[in-house]
Design a protein around this ligand. Structure first.
Ligand code: SPV
Ligand code: MG
Length: 291
């Protein structure tokens, strides 16, 4: 099945589905072989892995380069965290065109202003986009896609910015009417109060996506009961990589020897396996002169 159609099915399926974060070709492959049905190309994780802040410091074409490796190496759908769409409706249209060329299944855009900053850093001081301007951006993106199954997810930053439920709902409805395929409602609370209130009033009008990074203690079963379509585990591979790299670097720096670390890290042959080295050996037999 096309990647776009796979993601559309995840959004519309009656069960709770999951996306797992990846930030480069390697982590994307690991997410797929673990069994996940889709990948969240996290802005936070991609920027962190490039060594910059989550403030649009990496240009959108640099993000595209990373995505190309992620998409080429996997067969499950990728939903890009497209921040604000990297500009106005026109920049967002061009983004859709370039994502479709790379078989990216969809993009999520958030109703903030470019350059954005991560929702968990001074979120309440970040101004939101004008509701009509943002709705126009969604419409422009939907009008641009050439594959009917390409997905545009509209992300509500209202709760992050301290707005009331009423205004968050008003925006959600405007974005739904503008053509968004799903609504992502974000919250930075440690409880699920905002999500619960939203879901109650929303009444299953359109698929809802959540990112439970801060309310990780809420049982997943509760998300099912609320009728959430898709939960995103948004940054746990980059966080796992940071912890593992810090520990390994520290130990090798301290001991000046590799003996103790050898068993704690992936083998070199595991790297070759993940890279698909076997296929190249086979192909060489087929295509290189055999002497
Ligand atoms: C990301 O993964 O970059 C996100 C989700 O946008 S969050 O960091 O929770 O805002
Ligand atoms: Mg992000």
């Amino acid at each position: 099945m096309k990647k776009t159609k796979q993601l559309r099915s995840l959004l519309n399926s009656p069960q709770l589905e999951f996306l797992m974060e990846a930030h480069n070709g390697l982590s994307a492959k690991i997410v797929e072989e673990t069994g996940f049905s889709g990948i969240w190309a996290s802005g936070l994780s991609i920027s962190a892995s490039l060594g910059v802040r989550d403030n649009n410091e990496a240009s959108w074409t640099q993000v595209l380069e990373v995505l190309e490796f992620m998409s080429d190496g996997t067969s499950i759908p990728i939903l890009l965290d497209g921040d604000t769409g990297y500009g106005n409706f026109n920049n967002a249209r061009r983004l859709v065109k370039k994502l479709e060329q790379r078989q990216i299944a969809g993009v999520c855009i958030e109703d903030k202003l470019f350059p954005k900053t991560n929702s968990f850093i001074n979120g309440d001081t970040q101004p939101l986009a004008d509701i009509e301007e943002f709705s126009g951006k969604i419409k422009a993106m939907k009008d641009t896609q050439t594959d009917d199954d390409f997905n545009v997810v509209a992300r509500l930053e209202g709760f992050i910015a301290g707005h009331e439920l009423k205004s968050v709902l008003e925006r959600a409805e405007a974005y739904r009417k503008a053509g968004a395929d799903a609504i992502l409602v974000h919250s930075k609370r440690a409880d699920s109060n905002e999500i619960e209130l939203f879901m109650k009033e929303w009444g299953g009008r359109h698929p809802v996506v959540i990112v439970p990074t801060k309310y990780y203690q809420i049982p997943t079963e509760r998300f099912r009961e609320l009728g959430i379509s898709l939960a995103i585990w948004a940054n746990h591979n980059v966080r796992a990589a940071i912890s593992a790299m810090q520990k390994t670097s520290e130990e090798i720096y301290r001991i000046q020897n590799l003996t103790s670390i050898e068993k704690q890290v992936a083998s070199v042959s595991e790297i070759f396996r993940l890279q698909g080295a076997d296929e190249l050996l086979e192909a060489e037999k087929k295509y290189l002169p055999q002497r």
